[in-house]
Write a protein that binds this ligand. Structure first.
Ligand SMILES: [Mg+2]
Length: 144
């Protein structure tokens, strides 16, 4: 990938892609993921859930990803993705997501799709998925 393009994007699921299991994706998710695919950026789901729960809910939405991971701790999964794919980012809505990204040294972008306040110390966030592709390129911190 060229300068300014993350090597991968990891997504939290509940509160980030969908409001909660069983609900439709937030507006703009499909278009944003298509845009990332078009840029050749691998997209992964990393959800605090069992593998079965997250596999079932991803399948329900019909969205396609390069990998789907259910886990109890996100940092080890992010660390593995970083080792395998390079310098990526995490998008999530929970302080635990932010902490996991910090722990493995990856940029974090906060999903504030229900209008939540921005976390202290978090400099990147979005209120609508239409903002995401441009934000990812700006926030990747990747100098090529
Ligand atoms: Mg969440």
């Amino acid at each position: 990938m060229g300068a300014g393009t993350p090597d991968f994007v990891a997504l939290d699921w509940n509160g980030t892609v969908v409001p909660v299991f069983g609900r439709p994706p937030y507006p703009g998710v499909v278009e944003a993921i298509q845009c990332l695919e078009g840029l050749g950026i691998p997209v992964f789901v990393v959800s605090h859930a069992t593998q079965r729960q997250i596999d079932d809910d991803v399948r329900r939405t019909g969205l396609q990803f390069d990998g789907v991971f259910g886990c109890m701790e996100k940092a080890p999964v992010l660390s593995t993705l970083r080792a395998q794919h390079g310098f990526g980012l995490l998008l999530g809505d929970h302080p635990a997501d932010f902490r996991a990204a910090l722990e493995v040294g990856l940029p974090f972008i906060q999903a504030r799709l229900d209008g939540q306040a921005q976390f202290g110390g978090c400099n990147n966030s979005f209120l609508d998925w239409s903002e995401v592709p441009e934000l990812l390129l700006a926030a990747s911190g990747h100098d090529g």
